[in-house]
Design a protein around this ligand. Structure first.
Ligand code: PMT
Length: 209
């Protein structure tokens, strides 16, 4: 299969020296890219800024902002058989990025944020993608019900849900514990190394797609 994988955080600039971001390290998405390439798939990894090495045999497209990631996905998803969205995309960005460094003056500073495009949510509609579509859900409560709502709203074949309030798993950790939410059933995988989990997810997609 040709598989597009998004990974890592996005950075949304406030001024030339500051940005809004999140705690994603890219480990989950890079592990999926490595596992897919290892199993003989052709992989395009679209990644926000991370400190990780690009896995062997993977095509790499680095991006910075959610808007960049949207453009990269829009340009390439048409020729893909499957797509996995493991990136932690900023839902909002500063309404304007100042051209010069913002100076300290008043005791408080109010930022105006505007909504970023939902990249995963654009796949079935705007991008006309008909391949196997996998989203992630990062939740802190009601994991299964929130994941099922995302599966239905975004037209996914699978949502990989992780509880990011649990210590030792999720953001910036080597391990994760996930619920696999399909349209017809839910499967819980035990806590494991992200590389082992990635292999299981890729093999499962192979069987389902
Ligand atoms: O990178 P690591 O440190 O290894 O951490 C892994 C992880 C916790 C980031 C990963 O396992 C994970 O949960 N990724 C999704 C994080 C997230 O943003 O989840 P969400 O529930 O807010 O978004 C739902 C889905 O929509 C995700 O597939 C996300 O990539 C996608 N999305 C969200 C917003 C947006 N504007 N565009 C999107 O495509």
């Amino acid at each position: 299969m040709k598989i597009l994988i998004t990974a890592g955080p996005t950075r949304e600039p406030l001024d030339p020296v500051r940005y809004l971001t999140n705690r994603s390290s890219g480990k989950m998405g890079y592990a999926l890219a490595a596992a897919a390439a290892h199993d003989g798939h052709q992989v395009l990894l679209v990644s926000g800024p991370t400190n990780l090495d690009v896995p062997d045999g993977v095509d790499f497209l680095p991006v910075e902002t959610a808007a960049d990631m949207y453009e990269a996905v829009e340009s390439h998803i048409g020729r893909m058989d499957a797509a996995i969205f493991a990136a932690a995309v900023a839902d909002y960005r500063p309404a304007t990025a100042a051209e010069q460094k913002i100076k300290k003056s008043a005791a408080t500073l109010t930022l105006e944020l505007v909504k970023n495009p939902d990249i995963l949510g654009s796949c079935r509609g705007e991008f006309g993608f008909t391949g196997f579509l996998v989203g992630f859900a990062a939740e802190t409560e009601n994991l299964a019900s929130h994941a099922r709502a995302k599966l239905e709203k975004k037209g996914c074949d699978l949502i990989v849900a992780n509880d990011v309030s649990q210590p030792g798993i999720g953001f910036d950790s080597d391990r994760n514990q996930v619920l696999l939410v399909f349209p017809d059933r839910i499967e819980s995988l035990p806590e494991d190394d992200k590389h082992h989990l990635a292999h299981r997810i890729i093999q499962l997609m192979d069987r389902r797609s």
